[in-house]
Design a protein around this ligand. Structure first.
Ligand code: NDP
Length: 322
């Protein structure tokens, strides 16, 4: 099969389009011919060596495709079925083995490129709203990078729950996308952001900030959070937040900060199925519109990484084999 390999840690140029042995499904696994592979920020953290990984390896944590073989001890999945997966390795390839208990059947009406590029972001948006924090109807939240992959889905899921949403974006095009996803107020980063958030909340600030940008936004997130509020620091698109003195949370308003990761919210197969069922169900019903913003051939994975890190992508990013 053809696959992308990270040949050493570094920039997008270390992604090499190579030939690899076809994987064989072990007992309890299925073999999937990929139709769509998601490109995520976490792939760039591993590629750079910011998260632990040992090159050479095949990157990628999610995708979708058709089952072409079933290992021993797999009872409930069959050849020909469409499935997607998330939080599994070696996805930038034409063939991928997936643990059967973690292969999610794709509902009718959900295209492969949506399922393959939006499980990580979709399930993240789901646990952000119902796991790491619990905003309710009528609450106001601030979501940074509102036109990004997680941002667009989180905005729509929040609106379905009756939550008021303020987002940040960096351009007019992204502002239009964030508004179309339902954001009530779309703001720009930088000077004046905190004041605008406070003026939209009667001076109080928001009870929940979702910050996947990290280094560039964290100080503003702190200043925009209401007394007893929580900052959900879920990513580092602009780089990691520097070491932080916890004592600062006290005068800032008895704040909480959490640094969650999706793996801990879907480790239990039952919780994975619950979150995937709610999220994919909302997509299939047309209540969440997943915007596949960029499509690349699998061979062009390096360009996909360049664009994701270059801040020019919107919505989700997908690699198509062949
Ligand atoms: P996005 O599609 O949201 O892309 C990141 C966005 O961040 C950019 O489009 C850009 O939007 C904004 N951004 C701000 N500053 C920078 C910068 N210096 N460099 C690059 N981008 C910047 O990505 P994803 O939806 O894939 O992921 C969003 C975040 O969520 C990432 O930090 C990712 O690591 C994290 N994540 C965390 C998970 C978890 O469980 N903890 C799971 C999944 C994702 P703009 O130009 O509008 O500012």
């Amino acid at each position: 099969m053809r696959a992308i390999q990270v040949i050493r840690h570094g920039g997008p140029e270390v992604l090499e389009y190579t030939t690899a042995d076809d994987p064989i499904p072990a007992p309890g696994e299925v073999l999937v011919r990929t139709a769509a592979i998601g490109v995520n920020f976490i792939d760039t953290y591993f590629r750079r060596g910011q998260y632990p990984s040992v090159p050479p390896y095949v990157p990628g944590v999610e995708g979708a495709g058709e089952i072409v073989a079933v290992g021993a001890d797999v009872a409930d999945l069959t050849v020909g079925q469409r499935v997607c997966w998330v939080d599994a390795g070696a996805s930038y390839a034409e063939l991928v083995t997936v643990t059967a208990a973690r292969a999610i059947p794709i509902p009718d009406g959900v295209p492969d490129d949506v399922a393959g590029s939006a499980m990580l972001r979709g399930l993240t948006a789901h646990y952000l709203l119902d796991g790491s924090a619990h905003p309710g109807a009528g609450d106001t939240v601030l979501i940074h990078a509102g036109a990004g992959g997680v941002g667009l889905i989180a905005t729509q899921l929040a609106k379905l729950r009756g939550i008021r949403v303020i987002t940040t974006v960096s351009s007019d095009e992204k502002a239009a996308l964030s508004s179309a996803a339902g954001a009530d107020h779309v703001l720009r980063y930088g000077d004046g952001l905190v004041e605008q958030v406070r003026s939209l909340t009667d001076g109080r600030g928001v009870p929940v900030v979702y910050d996947g940008v990290g280094a560039d936004t964290f100080e503003q997130s702190l200043a925009a959070t209401a007394v007893r509020g929580i900052i959900v620091l879920f990513g580092a698109a602009s780089g990691p937040v520097p070491p932080f003195d916890l004592q600062r949370l006290n005068p800032a308003g008895s704040l909480s900060v959490t640094r969650p990761t999706l793996a801990h919210f879907i480790a239990d197969p039952a919780e994975l199925r619950w979150r995937a069922g709610e999220y994919l169900g909302a997509v299939a019903a047309g209540n969440v519109d997943v915007r596949v913003g960029q499509r690349y051939r699998l061979a062009d994975a390096a360009q996909a990484h360049t664009d994701l890190e270059g801040r020019v992508t919107t919505g989700t990013t997908v690699l198509i084999p062949g």
